[in-house]
Structure formats: C-alpha cells, structure tokens
Design a protein around this ligand. Structure first.
Ligand SMILES: Nc1ncnc2c1ncn2[C@@H]1O[C@H](COP(=O)(O)OP(=O)(O)OP(=O)(O)O)[C@@H](O)[C@H]1O
Ligand SMILES: [Mg+2]
Length: 298
C-alpha cells in the first residue's frame, strides 16, 4: 500500500521512470564513514540512496550523525519527531520515518544520546525489537556517520555488511581515512573496504589516490581496498545543496550525478562485482543492540 502511494506520488511529481518496487529479499547495511569531516558523505549517501530507489530498491537512511543531522536538510524534509520520541514512547517508529523521493525513507536519529543513557534494559530491548522489524522492509540501509572514529561510529562500522569510506584529494583527508582503515584492519572488522574519492579534478586523480592508499594497505595491512570510483568537484553539488534538492534529481546529467549513479550500480553489483560482503543474519538487531547497548555504557 505504501509502495503504491509512493508510486502515485512519483507519477504526480513527474518521476515516470521509477522502477517497479520489488523487495530483493537480501537486506544489507552500507555504512558510510570518513576520517576528516566535510568530505561529502551525506551528499553521497542521499544521492546513492535515491539512485538505488530509482533502480527499484527499497532504501532507508539512518541519519546517525547525531550531533549535526542533515540528511533531512538535503532532502528538504522537516522532521518533527526523531528516535528520541520513539524512546520516550510518545511515537511509533512509523510516525517518525520521513518519506523522500523514489521510496527513500529517512530515520532521523536526533540527538538521542542522553535519552539512550537514561533507558532501562526493558526500554532498550523494546526499542531494539521495534527497530529490527525494518530489516524485513528494507533492501539497503545506509548509515550516514559523523566524521572520525567515535565509539558510535566504530559500532556502526563493526556491524556493517559493506563499509564505504570517503576521502578527498586533500592530504589531511587521505591521512585521516588511512587511520580509519588501519583501525578497521587492526580489529579485524572487515577484510574488504570500499573507497570513494570525492571532489577530484578528474577520474585520473581519483584512481591515483586510490592506488596510493591501496599500495600502503597491500604493504602493511591484510585488508583489501576496493575502488568504488570518484566524483568530480562539481558546482552542481553545491547548487543542489543550496536548493535542498539532491543533485541526481536536479542535475541528472551533471558529472557528479553520473559518477554517483555509476558508484550506486557498482555497490549493487550491476555491471561490476559488488564488494565482498560480511554477511550475517539479523544485522539490524545486532546493529541496534551494539549501538544502544554500548552508548548506554558510556
Ligand atoms: N563532488 C562535490 N563537488 C563539490 N562540492 C561538493 C562535492 N561533494 C560535496 N561537496 C560540498 O561539500 C560540503 C560538505 O558535504 P557533506 O555535508 O556531504 O560532507 P560530510 O562528509 O557529510 O560532512 P560532515 O563530516 O560534516 O558530516 C557541502 O557543502 C557540499 O556542497
Ligand atoms: Mg555529513
């Protein structure tokens, strides 16, 4: 029913090319993180998720940047309620999920850390079981993390099926992303990690940076770095941000949009082999157990 409503809305909005929605029956969680801040994670998450929606996948974004949530801003959505209201028992999960274009759903985290700390075990278990049901409803869950390696981010990384790291050509961004890779390798969280190089002058620069980091990984770590692609520095991204409209929708022919579409296809295993996945069952339950349980201990 919700799918039907979404398709009607898409038609009304002129989105006639929307692919038929069919659950793929193979949910996965893609965590997007970086070392340095401001490298373009949120923009990539939003635009990758919309592209996957256009390809017929049921996609949900968990806005896990609890301090400065801005997935909703890029989509011009206005969250009235967040997870905090679900925790307080004021709202049901369904009431707080925002509907974006192409079946995209957004789960606003809100600044819920103080509430999580104050929950007792029963409340926490209740919340986890409420959140876990999303697993049955979602093909791809993107987690948009805050920059760096807080305990929260590490929990998300540890539970991901796919970890995607974002860097820019800036030396500090490269150094910081390598620090994340080193830690992921040290704790054996993933044997394969995807890399996107954003804001490049052209594809060659992206490839060069990937090869540089991959060589160091090869020499010193056991983890394999998979290149997912690069996105050019493109003013269309900034224009789209200003008008709160994702660039894949507002400027679908821009270089940034086309590169993002290619990366989405790669992640889905269309044209290219997908990332080798660390696939375990009931990932969402594990994710939220880790997240909420660990945060409560802080
Ligand atoms: N390919 C691009 N070309 C030009 N500008 C870009 C590109 N990608 C992102 N930007 C710009 O970079 C800024 C930061 O982007 P974004 O908020 O997505 O980064 P972030 O990694 O999520 O940041 P944070 O670490 O603070 O969460 C935005 O203003 C956006 O317009
Ligand atoms: Mg962000």
């Amino acid at each position: 029913m919700a799918d039907q409503a979404e398709r009607l809305r898409a038609l009304v909005q002129g989105q006639r090319d929307v692919a038929p929605i069919k659950r793929q029956g193979n949910s996965r969680i893609i965590v997007v993180a970086s070392g340095k801040g401001g490298v373009g994670k949120t923009n990539l998450v939003v635009n990758l998720a919309i592209t996957m929606g256009q390809l017929g996948h049921k996609t949900l974004i968990l806005d896990a940047d609890l301090g400065m949530a801005n997935v909703d801003i890029l989509l011009d959505l206005k969250p009235v309620f967040t997870l905090v209201d679900v925790m307080n028992g004021k709202k049901e999960l369904r009431d707080i999920i925002l509907q974006g274009p192409y079946n995209l759903e957004v789960l606003p985290g809100g600044s819920c850390i103080p509430e999580i700390i104050n929950m007792d075990n029963q409340q926490r278990e209740q919340l986890i079981s409420r959140l876990s049901y999303l697993e049955e409803e979602t093909d791809v869950l993107f987690v948009d993390c805050s920059a760096g390696l807080s305990r929260n981010v590490l929990n998300f990384i540890a539970t991901a099926d796919d970890l995607v790291l974002v860097t820019t050509p800036e030396p500090t961004a490269i150094t910081d992303v390598y620090s994340v890779i080193k830690l992921v390798d040290k704790y054996g969280m993933h044997s394969s990690v995807g890399l996107i190089v954003n804001m490049v002058s052209g594809p060659k620069e992206g490839e060069m940076i990937y090869h540089r980091i991959a060589k160091v990984c090869h020499n010193f770590l056991s983890l394999e770095l998979t290149y997912l692609g690069s996105v050019d520095f493109d003013q269309h991204v900034q224009k789209a941000v200003v008008s709160c409209s994702p660039y894949v929708l507002q400027f679908p022919r821009s270089r940034a949009a086309q590169a993002t579409q290619q990366i989405a296809r790669h992640l889905l295993g269309i044209d290219k082999a997908p990332l080798p996945q660390k696939k375990e069952k009931r990932f969402l339950k594990r994710l939220f157990q880790r997240w909420l349980g660990e945060t409560a201990e802080q």
